[in-house]
Design a protein around this ligand. Sequence first.
Ligand SMILES: NC(=O)c1ccc[n+]([C@@H]2O[C@H](COP(=O)([O-])OP(=O)(O)OC[C@H]3O[C@@H](n4cnc5c(N)ncnc54)[C@H](O)[C@@H]3O)[C@@H](O)[C@H]2O)c1
Ligand SMILES: [Zn+2]
Length: 360
Amino acid sequence: MTKITVNTKRPYSIIVGDDLLKRAGIFCKEINKGYRALVITDSNVAPLYANTVICALEQSGYKTGIFVFDAGEQSKRIETVIKIYESLSRNGLTRGDLLIALGGGVTGDIAGFAAATWLRGIDFVQIPTTLLAQVDSSVGGKTGVDIPQGKNLIGAFWQPSLVITDTDTLSSLPDDVFKSGLAEVIKTAAIKDKKLFSILENTNEFDVLQREHIIAHCIDIKRGVVERDEHEKGERKLLNFGHTLGHALEKYYDYSVLSHGYAVSIGMSVITEAAERCGLTENQTADRLISLLKKFGLPTWDSAPLKDYLQYTAVDKKRKGENIDVVLLKKIGEAYVKSVPINQLETFLTPKGVAIDEQH
Ligand SMILES: NC(=O)c1ccc[n+]([C@@H]2O[C@H](COP(=O)([O-])OP(=O)(O)OC[C@H]3O[C@@H](n4cnc5c(N)ncnc54)[C@H](O)[C@@H]3O)[C@@H](O)[C@H]2O)c1
Ligand SMILES: [Zn+2]
C-alpha cells in the first residue's frame, strides 16, 4: 500500500493498493465524522462493487444511501446532478456528511460537482475504478459536467477529502476501457517523465506489482503539478497534452464513437507529428510516441476530416480570444504551452503547413 499526500489548500491523501474497498469505511471515518454517506455510482460499477463499499461504510457506523445512474459520458450532464441533489435531499445529507464517488472519471466528475455545490460544498471521497480515473481524474479536484456546447464547460475546483485507489477493481475493466486509461499514463510520461516513458516502452504486460508502481508513479507526477498550480494558471495546462484535439474529436462524434482516452491518443499523435514537422519538437519524438501508443493498441489517427472536427475547438476552455493554447512536446518527458492563432491551427496540423512562428 502506498500513501501519497496532496498538499493543496485543503490537503488530502491518496491511498493506493489492492483489496482496499472493504476497508473504505475505516479510511473514511479517519477524515469525516459525519453520520450519513451517499454512494454515487453507475449502472456497470454498482453490481460489481457497491455492496462491498456500502457494507464497509455501514460497519464503520455510516447510515448509507446509493444513487445509480446510467453508465456513460451521456450521463455527465446537469440533469444527472439535479437527480443527485434530489437523492442528497431524500437521504438527508447535511454539511458534515459524506458523498462517495465510486466509479470512473464520469462518476468522479459529476459526483465531485454535486459535492462542490450541495450546501456550498461537502466532503467527498473518490474511489476510482478505471485506470483513467486512478491516474488522472481522481487527482486534482477538477469536477464538472458537459453541456451541448462542449465538454466540461460547467464545473468547479473541489478537492476530494480522500482518494481510495484499489487496483483490484481494474481486473473487471473491459479491455478498451483499460487501454483508454493507458493513453493518460502515456500522456503523463510523455510530458513529465522520460524514465517512465522508457519503462512503458519496455513493458508488454502489466503484472500486479508493476501496475501499482506505475499508477502510484503517475499519481505522484500529477500531485506535483497540482500542488504547484492548483487552479491551472500555468504548469497544470501541460496535462492537457492531446486534449484540445481530443475534446474536439469527442464532440465531433457526439461523445459516442471514441472514448476520452482514444480521442486523447489521436490528439497527442496528430499534434506531435505537426509540431515535429514544424521544428517545434525534437526529431523522432512523434515516432516514439506513436509506436508506444500503437503497442498498447491505441489509435493514432482518425478518418474524420480535420476541419470538420477543428470547429469544435472554438468553445474550448483553452481558447483565449483569437488564440488557443496547445501543449507541445519539446522532447519525450518535457512539454510546453504554445499559443496558436485559432485560424492557423488547421494549416499547422496539415502536412504541408508551415511553422506557426513563420506565419503572419
Ligand atoms: N476531472 C479530471 O481531472 C479529469 C481528467 C481526465 C478525464 N476526466 C473525465 O473522465 C471521463 C472519462 O473517464 P472514464 O474513462 O473512467 O469513463 P467512465 O467513468 O465512463 O468509465 C468507463 C466505463 O467503464 C465502466 N467501469 C468503470 N469502472 C469499472 C470497473 N472497475 N469494471 C468494469 N467496468 C467499469 C463504466 O461503467 C463505463 O462504462 C471523461 O468524462 C473525462 O472528461 C476528468
Ligand atoms: Zn484526459
